[in-house]
Design a protein around this ligand. Structure first.
Ligand code: IPM
Ligand code: MG
Length: 361
């Protein structure tokens, strides 16, 4: 198979971790006889420094012309004082919108190899944690109009608009039910319908779409309760279906209780065109340039790229197996280090995974 992949290294640890993700993809290409052509484009702070904007037109064009987009992370203190529409994050929100990536899939999985890293009490951790947050990504209060900062009657006010139309809810609900069919057939829809009209519509539409998926169990939780249930007993969740802002918050919570923000990948998909694959963590400016970052979330994002972007299931499995083998062999970056294990840097961790890809049958 021949495919073009557009690389967006971004800021902070971005370039270091992406290099290891690319190394894994190259190892797969060589082993499984595929040809991956890599393009590169600027986004976030790196694009601001070079082109005075977080999402240059050329970047959008290159992404649209590729078969998949592989992004590392954006942002950093250097650009923190810029106005909202000029910040690095605007590059990320912009590319999601430009590519129509309405479905964000964020699996949170507690690997047995990393069970000790889990932040929950052992009796809760033992029940396991294997869920996926299906987060709507191109609507909600993130993009709703009107929005702004104004002075009204001598007082500064800030305002945003939470808004969904039924079609936006329908299409993300379908993604959640389809995802559940490939897993444990359970969807929990999360909203705040006791307070918000947007959420009342959300719940109503999700229930309508559910009629086409009677083999999937559907439950509903208010977002505050969902946040609480996630730490109380995350094993109850299979697929969590939710909107943009609630999904942003809950996916950080779901990931960090596995103990390893540096381990979790994500995929953002539209109805057609290239998907975008990225680790869920940020650019970690304090670690940048020191070869200390954990590249595994990025490498696992490469696996999602192969599976969901290109339909290469066996190749994706191979990357995931290689990561688990490397962990089972006792290698750890600083963020997941435990007593008795071997501490390695970002590049060494990437090399070990690549080696494991080459070695595994
Ligand atoms: C995420 C991030 C982004 C978001 C930021 C960087 C704009 O937190 O991908 O979860 O809020 O969506
Ligand atoms: Mg977030």
């Amino acid at each position: 198979m021949e495919k073009t992949i557009c690389l967006l290294p971004g800021d902070g640890i971005g370039p270091e971790i992406l290099a290891q993700g690319v190394a894994a993809l190259k190892a797969i290409a060589a082993k499984c006889d595929h040809k991956f052509v890599f393009e590169e484009a600027a986004i976030g702070g790196a694009a601001i420094d070079k082109f005075s904007e977080p999402l240059p037109k050329d970047t959008v064009a290159k992404c649209k012309a590729s078969d998949a987009v592989f992004l590392a992370a954006v942002g950093g203190p250097k650009w923190d004082n810029l106005p909202a529409n000029k910040r690095p994050e605007r590059g990320l929100l912009g590319i999601r919108k430009e590519l129509g990536l309405f479905a964000n899939l964020r699996p949170a999985l507690l690997l047995p190899e990393l069970a000790n890293a889990c932040l929950l009490r052992p009796e809760i951790a033992q029940k396991g944690l294997d869920l996926i947050v299906v987060r709507e990504l191109t609507g909600d209060i993130y993009f709703g109009e009107p929005r702004g900062l104004e002075v009204k009657n001598g007082l500064r006010v800030g305002f945003n608009t939470m808004i969904y139309d039924e079609n936006e809810i329908k299409r993300i609900a379908r993604v959640a039910f389809e995802t559940a069919r490939k897993r444990r057939h359970k969807v929990c829809s999360v909203e705040k319908s006791n307070v918000l009209e947007t959420s009342r519509l959300w719940k109503e539409v999700v229930m309508e779409v559910h009629k086409d998926y009677s083999d999937v169990e559907l439950t509903h939780l208010y977002v505050d309760n969902a946040a609480m249930q996630l730490v109380r007993d995350p094993s109850q969740f299979d697929v969590i279906l939710t909107g943009n802002i609630f999904g942003d918050i809950l996916s950080d919570e779901a990931s960090v209780i596995t103990g390893s923000l540096g381990m979790l990948p994500s995929a953002s998909m539209g109805s057609d065109g290239p998907g975008l694959f990225e680790p869920i963590h940020g650019s970690a400016p304090d670690l940048a340039g020191q070869d200390k970052a954990n590249p595994l979330a990025t490498i696992l994002s490469a696996a999602m790229l192969l599976r969901l972007g290109f339909g290469l299931t066996a190749e994706a499995d191979l990357i995931e197996k290689a990561v688990r083998k490397t962990l089972a062999d006792g290698f750890r970056t600083g963020d997941i280090m435990e007593e008795g294990k071997t501490l390695v840097g970002c590049q060494k961790m990437g090399e070990l995974v690549t080696q494991a890809i080459n070695d595994l049958a």
